[in-house]
Design a protein around this ligand. Structure first.
Ligand SMILES: C[S@@+](CC[C@H](N)C(=O)[O-])C[C@H]1O[C@@H](n2cnc3c(N)ncnc32)[C@H](O)[C@@H]1O
Length: 209
């Protein structure tokens, strides 16, 4: 697979979606979002990293004064997040254009990291999870909210069938959860099904390293 080519596709796709993203996706994904940010259990002293923060739809869900860094590949998505930070008046939020597969952060820089609906939208999810592990302190929380390939036979096959189209649209429909976690040495301490039809999974992992 040509990861570089896919990365350009993803970037272009989300630059294109940015003006309509909130309108189309907010209501479908909202319940999972609230659950994911609650699952981070943010303490006042925590520094939190949000991967693929997009237009910043999670921003209003964080506790007041949160020390948050958000990164995204798409400048257009991030511009919307900047507007939201200004509207909400969040002085401790930093936003950066950055590729989550090679982050410009030191090892163990953050207490916690979260990625909502992002892991299947990146060309190389293994590299992203490895980077999340690298930049989060030992014992810190990694929270991932995503659609993963269904364990039901027919649904899984259908997701395989539509995968080429979905990849062109900017996400993977058939990302399998268990092999992904095992490749990066993560064990989910909690897995919860969320959103419409329980079609998305919310994972909380402890960064054991
Ligand atoms: C489906 S959107 C989710 C946005 C946001 N997390 C949310 O919950 O609404 C996926 C986001 O991941 C970003 N993304 C894709 N590949 C990335 C990468 N390699 N590094 C950083 N962000 C990336 C996209 O630009 C997009 O904003």
């Amino acid at each position: 697979m040509d990861v570089a080519l896919e990365k350009r596709q993803v970037e272009r796709a989300y630059d294109f979606y940015a003006p309509v993203y909130d309108f189309v996706f907010d209501w479908i994904f909202a319940p999972g979002r609230s659950a994911a940010i609650a699952e981070l259990r943010v303490e006042p002293t925590d520094s939190v990293l949000e991967i693929g923060i997009g237009t910043g739809l999670n921003l209003p869900l964080y506790p007041e004064g949160v020390r948050l860094t958000g990164i995204d590949l798409s400048e257009e998505m991030l511009d919307k997040a900047i507007e939201r930070v200004l509207e909400l008046g969040m002085p401790n939020v930093t936003l950066k254009v950055m590729d989550a597969t090679s982050m410009d952060f030191a090892d163990n820089e953050f207490d916690k990291a979260v990625a909502t609906y992002t892991i299947s939208a990146v060309p190389d999810p293994i590299a992203v999870l490895r980077e999340m592990r690298r930049v989060v302190k030992p014992g810190g929380a990694l929270v991932v909210l995503n659609h993963f390939r269904s364990e039901r036979r027919l649904a899984g096959r259908f997701e395989d069938l539509v995968a080429p189209v979905c990849t062109r649209l900017g996400w993977k429909s058939n990302l399998a959860m268990a092999p992904l976690l095992s490749r990066v040495g993560l064990v989910a301490e909690e897995v919860r099904k969320v959103n419409m039809f329980n079609g998305w999974r919310l994972l909380r992992c402890v960064n054991r390293k």
